[in-house]
Write a protein that binds this ligand. Structure first.
Ligand code: KIV
Ligand code: ZN
Length: 523
């Protein structure tokens, strides 16, 4: 930008805490399972980016969740690490144990307060719930000094009762009070008024920080969160890419950039390094195998693309005609023709740095080998190609099942036949299968080696860049007993990308099965 926008000319506003729940509420979203290692990688990135509180998981839910929260608590350097707990002693104790080694540990405990939840879900009276609020906060506060209490379904709770619960929670030791719009029901004016009412009516309201937690069922999660700030909230709960239950949660990148871009009307600031947002989005998309819609605000592929002639003309005359923030401010590098088969390791390392990746030596070496193979097959290697390649590396690094080799006979003279070698838990197997087309033959081969009843809900292919030698990125979604998983694969060969995507989804399915079995044991 050549000149400062009116917003950038404003002084830094009051500090707002960013509470990221990608690893808890985000991971609950259908299809978005992460492995243990992927969770650690996301947590490290969130910490470096300046997130204030990382909600690392729900420790009582399964052994896997507990292990992940404990490991994140041990390694995170700056952020507070929170573990979620229902209003039950064993939940709270388990959460306390999981976050024990964090530099700044937090227990986040919740209970439903709306009439419909209390009657049908909890089957408890309002007085019983109120007594539990005190009990859960006291128990948590005996374990850690930082306790967050949430009134689940707060936006459909009677005001008098909500005031009594909030007062009791603060009295019992809660230091943060979260007012979730659990079902994405509220609208900005109403949510603003709710915070305003609580802060006015609850006698000890000044002893706690109030927090927003908005779901996006009516597409208002971000608007509602910002309205909550105006009403006095100073913590916002959100997720990268807005992933989360049903329509998702408020998107962290949208909140951060709205505050940064409209400081003139939103006089606040966050501790987030905004140039890391684009990479955060790509990382979460890669590890969850959950694609980001093209027109997604801030991090979508088209978020800074100007297609119409009128817009392009305006942009050439003065960039501010159609751009309210720069792509660089969110870490979007300009698309460029980067490297070819003669590019060396150093150039590749520098390029990765520019794109926001920080790979260890082994990961860098693997990525470089794949880059060389790609450069041999593809004339122009663009930034997007490198991102697809490295994201694929990150997403599949810890897979227990991997595609080793694939040969497919396709064309008009059927039957189409696939010869596939998979590595399953360290042992290689090869099979041959036929099918109704090359993709079907490939998927049948996978099914022969890893029998399952999961239903294929989605098979989608898109080109990473232009040209007939472009890499294909394939997404596959499977469903088994109501559980959904997504897998992605990229390669210049669409069939290899398809096999990788299907196998990636099956790897996630194995994790889901295991997690489910552990959760059932825990009940
Ligand atoms: O949406 C919700 O109410 C939640 C709580 C557990 C905070 O996620
Ligand atoms: Zn939620």
């Amino acid at each position: 930008m050549t000149t400062k926008t009116p917003s950038e000319a404003q002084p830094e506003g009051e500090r707002v805490l960013i509470f990221d729940t990608t690893l808890r509420d985000g991971e609950q979203c259908p299809g978005a399972t992460m492995t243990f290692e992927e969770k650690l990688e996301v947590a490290d990135y969130l910490d470096q980016m300046g997130v204030d509180i990382i909600e690392a998981g729900f420790p009582i839910a399964s052994e896997g969740d507990f292990e992940a929260v404990s490991a994140i608590a041990k390694r995170v350097k700056k952020a507070t690490v929170a573990g979620l707990a229902r209003a039950a002693e064993k939940d709270i104790d388990r959460a306390g144990e999981a976050v024990r080694n964090a530099v700044k540990p937090r227990i986040h405990t919740f209970i439903s307060t709306s009439p419909v939840h209390m009657k049908y879900k909890l089957q408890k009276s309002a007085e019983e719930v109120l007594a539990l609020v005190t009990k859960q906060c006291e128990r948590a506060r005996n374990l850690v000094p930082d306790v967050e209490w949430s009134a689940e379904d707060a936006t459909r709770t009677e005001h008098d009762f909500l005031c009594r619960c909030v007062e009791a929670a603060i009295k019992a030791g809660a230091t943060t009070i979260n007012i979730p719009d659990t079902v994405g029901y509220t609208v900005p004016e109403e949510y603003y008024a709710l915070f305003d009412m609580l802060r006015t009516r609850v006698p000890n309201a000044d002893k706690a920080i109030f927090s927003t937690h908005c779901h996006n069922d009516l597409g208002m999660a971000v608007a509602n969160s910002l309205a909550g700030l105006k009403g006095g909230a100073r913590q916002i709960e959100c997720t990268i890419n807005g992933i989360g239950e049903r329509a998702g949660n408020a998107a962290l990148e949208e909140i951060v950039m709205a505050i940064r871009t409209r400081r003139d009307v939103l006089p606040f600031s966050t501790g987030i390094e905004s140039t890391m947002l684009s990479r955060a989005s790509k990382l979460v998309s890669a590890v969850t195998n959950f694609p980001v819609q093209y027109n997604k605000a801030i991090v979508g592929r088209n978020a800074f693309a100007h297609e119409s002639g009128i817009h392009q003309d305006g942009m050439l005359k003065h960039i501010e005609t159609y751009e309210i923030m720069t792509p660089e401010s969110v870490g979007v590098a300009k698309t460029s023709l980067v490297m070819g088969k003669h590019s060396g390791r150093n150039a590749f390392r520098t390029k990765l740095k520019e794109l926001g990746y920080d790979l260890g030596d082994n990961a860098l070496e693997d990525a470089f080998t794949r880059f060389k193979a790609l450069a041999d097959r593809k004339k122009h290697v663009y930034d997007e190609d490198i991102e697809a390649l490295v994201d694929e590396e990150i997403a599949h690094a810890h897979d227990r099942m991997k595609v080793v080799a694939l040969t497919v006979i396709a064309g008009t003279m059927g039957p189409q036949m696939a010869t596939l070698t998979l590595d399953i838990d360290g042992a290689q197997q090869t099979v041959q299968s036929t099918g109704n087309g090359p993709v079907d033959a490939t998927f049948n081969a996978i099914k022969t080696m890893f029998p399952h009843e999961a239903k294929l809900l989605l098979y989608q292919v898109h080109a990473v860049t232009e040209g007939t030698d472009a890499q294909a990125e394939v997404s596959v979604r499977l469903e088994e007993e109501g559980r959904q998983v997504t897998g992605r694969g990229a390669d210049t060969d669409t069939l290899v990308a398809s096999a990788r995507a299907y196998v990636a989804a099956l790897n996630k399915l194995r994790i889901k099965r295991q997690k489910n079995a552990q959760a059932q044991q825990a009940v």
